[in-house]
Design a protein around this ligand. Sequence first.
Ligand SMILES: [Zn+2]
Length: 185
Amino acid sequence: MDRIQIIKRTKLFLEIAEKFPEFRYLGDPILKNKTRAVPIKEGIEIGNKLGQILIEYQKIAGIGRGLAAPQINIAKSVFVTYLNGEIQIYINPKIISKSKKLNYYRELCLSCGTMWADIKRSDTIRMQWKDKKGKIQEQEFSGFVARLIQHEYDHLLGISDLDKAEPKTIEFVTSDPLKETLRPA
Ligand SMILES: [Zn+2]
């Protein structure tokens, strides 16, 4: 156990909790309930807000590739991803299929503090959603992006990653989360 790393991450957590009063954490009912679909205009507004907050968060935390509306106290079906310097907005998403092929990954969540856990998820998914122009999109995702999307989508269902932790895998984060890799299940 790396005590110094635990202290470092806990201090960062405190800094973030102070800087982002809108963030919600495990135990908050909003993270346990299903969200509602939104009219497109409202979805775009929420998506833009999520995007701005996520960019701001990543600057401070050095990590953070997704954010869902309930995490900022909005019970609506919108989440964003932030990959390769680009925010993508997913409004009223629906995962329509999931592969039987699964993998493991140690997931972090800004709503779950400084602990992570092994979570088993599908390797490939197919999802439908409305984009930032209100256009219906449908796409297949695999690998890390599929993982990220399933994590954010779960928030819209009232599920946080630690709810799905494999037994005895909840641990304090003591290594670089950006070096995590998918492992076959
Ligand atoms: Zn999360």
